[in-house]
Design a protein around this ligand. Sequence first.
Ligand code: ADE
Ligand code: ZN
Length: 349
Amino acid sequence: MNLNCISRKNLPDILCRMPKAELHIHIEGSLEPELIFELAARNRIHLPYPSIRELRTAYTFTDLQSFLDLYYSGAGVLQKEEDFFDMTWAYLKRAKAENVLHAEIFFDPQTHTARGIPFETVISGLDRAIRRGREDLGLSASLILCFLRHLSEEDAFAVLEDALPFRDKFIGVGLDSSERGNPPGKFAGVFARCRELGLRLVAHAGEEGSAEDIRQALDLLKAERIDHGVHCLEDPQLVERLAQQRIPLTVCPLSNVKLCVFPNLAAHNIGALLAAGITATINSDDPAYFGGYVNQNYTATFAALPELGAQEAYQLARNSFQASFMDERMKDGWIRKLDEFFAHFCLKA
Ligand code: ADE
Ligand code: ZN
């Protein structure tokens, strides 16, 4: 589609209104300070912060680990099925308002089972919200269970065992948490088992880690999609492979700046990834902690990078559907809607 007709001044509006999918959102990272305080009161949990404002001001990070410490402690207010429901429902309403038509949502069960919360409590709350989202909002969403890579592979096998009675409630598995010192190869056995079970496979790699971590995720885990992956540009052969094999990257620009992967958005490499032919997408990662949901990620990134215009907006939204695990018919349907959306803007121009 030729989108030269669209002027740059219309971009923020287009980015917010265009249909899109979100493929990299940790549901525990959508827990806003307001909800943390509400759930703490409901569950009689003492928080080490006197106010919502003071909790929010603690959100200054120097690297991934400094964020994870706060993120895991924030998740401690989630105790009951309805807490998991409320958190997920809040995200889905927000996603709907931002014209997200489909979301693939990560959850970290080990963060909860380690505190004695049954797996069933976690997944039942998440699943009930997703069903309601489908019915009341017309938003399709699915769950991806993430293994915490700072824990052992044995622990990952144990949570997989807990999860299997609920196999119909999640579509795949991922790998998250501290990348340094925990290479993908550590989880080759459990990913092989998940593959046998027919689960979809994704992994965080090349966020703080190197191109070699991305290679391991592809070769040793058989990951179908790479979360972040921004360090692939260190390795031209890997870039060619990602482009040729159409392995998508779920990129999270505001997260990358907050966690000091890039000094600012103007230094971000999303434009270079697209120019290299990679199926890159834009996502929010942990929106409550990083200063914005998916539309803020789009608008701030486009404002900072002059090489991104209407063509790239269309490409990123198209990639978000293409890179999803929806069936081909659903993908085609949403992409048709996207085409109509952009055609309408061109007609008006
Ligand atoms: N868990 C939540 N957000 C994460 C991130 N950006 N990287 C790794 N693990 C995470
Ligand atoms: Zn992430």
